[in-house]
Design a protein around this ligand. Sequence first.
Ligand code: PLP
Length: 402
Amino acid sequence: MPTSSFIDCERVYGAHNYEPLPVVLARGEGVTVWDEAGKPYLDMMSAYSAVSHGHCHPKLVAALQAQAAQLNIVSRAFYTNKLGAFLQKACELTGFEQALPMNTGAEAVETAMKAARKWAYTVKGVKQDQAEMIACAGNFHGRTIAIVGMSTEPQYKAGFGPFPPGLKVVPYGDVEALKKAITANTAAFLVEPIQGEGGIIVPPAGYLAACAKLCKENKVLMICDEIQTGLGRTGKLLACQHEAVQPDAIVLGKALGGGILPVSLFLTRKEVMNVFTPGDHGSTFGGNPLAAAVGLAALTVLQDEKLIERAHSQGEYFQTQLKKLHSPLIKEVRGRGLLIGVEINANYPAKKICMKLLNRGILTKETHSTVIRLAPPLIITTEQIDIVVNALQDVLAEAEKE
Ligand SMILES: *Cc1c(COP(=O)(O)O)cnc(C)c1O
């Protein structure tokens, strides 16, 4: 079939809630994906960080295949011989006491919001239905109605109201604003250690630590959304560890599924997790043995292959090379580890740069119309980084002439 017919078929039978680049992918291995005609591309998106281990990691594929032939879905009506070990590994790695498994990131965030509200009523003593949640301007926590109710991106909300009450927004990176927003009814402060979808925004140094202190003083749960920044992406296991912050709770997703399955977790201490009693909350697929086997393997590979250290060293190299580009079209190069944003001057559309990169065999997508995201699998080699930087240099030179 010609490329256009795959695209046409998706467009005819699929909802138009995405606008994909015109490439039809058929295979992946490591940092490389191939289109259905066999042309290779270097993947600088890694599915918004879900593919940190690289495409089709052999150990993860093996874990998937072995478990798929054993037992896959039984629901949480029964115990399995896989879930406990996965949760134990996740808790031991991150330093939390207990974990609640879901599938997508948005579900884990919703779980965190439910836990925080119920904790506010049952532990903190907030009056019924008065609990408040504070999030940050520019946040991205997923797409459910409650979550987009906290979004400051007009398109994410338009036409989807009304939204649940009790959701507040403060500017990102502003401790004083958070201080002012906290009341006796505040259950939780939900924050991304680095805003990913918001444009790879790194908050001022000391921000997370100051927020953690403020939350503690006011008996507010600090919940870090590490769905995109966690599991090594920024050069630490968790991005909040750059400021030595251990929040009250975190949510993990994306790379937790090893680039193979949707696997997410809400992790916290017992005092908070205890608010959930049988029947309060659940998920048919959450914690299924297939997901648990792949999740456990994903965490094991992360450690065994030193992917966190790799993200740190390769990220430093990538950013150093990008900063040498000196194109008048580049406004800023920023990020941490292998979560990198190249901000393009607003008068040239970043999307056009992405199209030109696509033609040169580099896959990425702009975020917020001016930022080019460079967030490859953590296994990327120095040679592959050089290829991307050279391609970007050529593309920028071409764009400058237009
Ligand atoms: C992607 C993302 C989510 C949502 O995850 P889904 O699996 O798409 O529901 C939530 N928070 C952050 C920070 C994310 O990057």
